[in-house]
Design a protein around this ligand. Structure first.
Ligand SMILES: [Zn+2]
Length: 77
């Protein structure tokens, strides 16, 4: 009986913490629009290793970082 109560409390705390995290993430405002003068023109092709989708990045602000698709970081091609 005591184990059932402890397990129920643990499940409640995990669900509560997950819900709290999701609600906090929804409350974070998006980053401000980048200044067009800060964009560097590039041409970097990426491919998704999961589904094969390809895309070409034509402008980056600051440090270039591989985009993500299918929850994975895309690979340069
Ligand atoms: Zn993909």
């Amino acid at each position: 009986m005591i184990w059932q109560v402890l397990i129920a409390i643990t499940i409640f705390l995990v669900v509560f913490a997950a819900a709290h995290w999701v609600i906090r993430m929804l409350g974070v405002p998006p980053p401000p629009e980048p200044d067009p003068d800060d964009l560097d023109e590039v041409e970097i092709a990426y491919a998704c290793a999961v589904c094969g989708m390809r895309l070409t990045v034509t402008a980056v602000a600051g440090e270039s970082k591989a985009p993500r698709h299918c929850m994975e970081e895309m690979e340069p091609v």
